[in-house]
Write a protein that binds this ligand. Structure first.
Ligand SMILES: [Zn+2]
Length: 325
């Protein structure tokens, strides 16, 4: 079984300025750790280009796409909110990141690889329809889910977002639909950015019931995550029976993370990855594309990503037993 990797050195050129936590060193740390572990050589590097404006316009208005582009080219320091720092090439790089995620989903659908991880930046799960939030410009994962329905003919796609922050952008872009299940487990919005993701946010209209928010108290550890996955997330996924699983993989719930207030260990990230993969194996032929979101302590980020990818590489499609090393 093979795992695909989306990565491009151009992602390093998205310059967020001095002191910004969402910095190029995040990807450098991931690449170094993958190389040092020997995993890099076992991954299938997928070639890809930027998403077209037409692809971005599936969920973002043309006016917003142009506004992002113009702000970057004009040399503005940020767009919409100071958190969302930009540099000259950031619009193109964000479109490249979306293109990478779309390519990963295509590669999995075609059977070129069993599953894939996208080591991209800027991240995407805070980007709303027509405004940037929280370091994010375009909603990569939401766009990939939409593409799986529209371009690949699937009927049920699940998104599992375990970033420490609520995936408000993904939710807002998809909350009216019943064919895409969005699950976000995150630090409680009373105490954490972006201040949304309460239990009562369950989707809108036809999409009611296809959004599941699980806010956890600050300080939640591996055992707390295990409990919510076993008692709430996995039953919801089982009932939905997704044909494809997308992960918004943030590693800022790690104990050492400077932005998150949780206490998840590397083993904790491995365990939740196994749980998601088990569902994907049973319902979705093992089809998973996981997309990097946050994670700001370089060591915890690199260790978490390596543990996460290591599980993806153990993929046992069609089986129910996960190899326990
Ligand atoms: Zn985050």
């Amino acid at each position: 079984m093979t795992t695909g990797l989306i990565y491009d050195d151009r992602f390093l050129d998205h310059d967020t300025g001095p002191g910004h936590p969402e910095r190029p060193d995040r990807l450098r740390a991931i690449v170094s750790a993958l190389q040092a572990s020997g995993m890099w050589n076992q991954l299938v590097l997928l070639a890809f280009g930027p998403a077209t404006h037409a692809q971005l316009q599936r969920l973002h208005p043309e006016s917003y796409i142009h506004r992002v582009h113009d702000a970057c080219v004009a040399g503005l320091p940020y767009i919409d909110v100071p958190d969302s720092a930009i540099s000259e090439g950031s619009a193109e790089i964000a479109a490249l990141a979306t293109g990478g995620v779309l390519r990963a989903t295509e590669a999995v659908m075609r059977g070129e690889v069993s599953n894939a991880f996208c080591a991209i930046r800027p991240p995407g799960h805070h980007a709303e329809r027509d405004r940037s939030m929280g370091f994010c410009l375009f909603g990569h994962v939401a766009l990939a889910a939409e593409s799986l329905i529209t371009d690949h003919g699937l009927s049920r796609v699940a998104i599992v977002d375990f970033d420490v922050h609520h995936g408000n952008g993904t939710q807002r872009l998809l909350e009216h639909r019943s064919d895409i299940l969005f699950i976000s487990v995150h630090e409680h919005p009373d105490h954490q950015y972006p201040g949304t993701g309460y239990e009562y946010e369950i989707g809108i209209g036809e999409g009611e019931g296809a959004t599941l928010n699980i806010p956890l108290p600050s300080g939640s550890d591996d055992l707390a995550y295990r409990a919510v996955f076993d008692q709430t997330i996995l039953p919801k996924l089982e009932a939905f029976a997704p044909e494809f699983v997308l992960c918004s993989a943030g590693f800022d719930a790690a104990t050492a993370d400077p932005l998150g207030g949780m206490r998840l260990s590397t083993d904790g990230f491995v365990e939740i990855t196994r749980k998601v993969q088990d569902v994907a194996n049973r319902h979705a032929q093992g089809r998973i594309v996981s997309v990097l979101e946050g994670g700001y302590d370089l060591d915890a980020l690199a260790a978490g990503v390596c543990g996460h990818i290591n599980v993806l590489m153990e993929s046992d499609v069609g089986g129910t037993d996960i190899i326990d090393r």
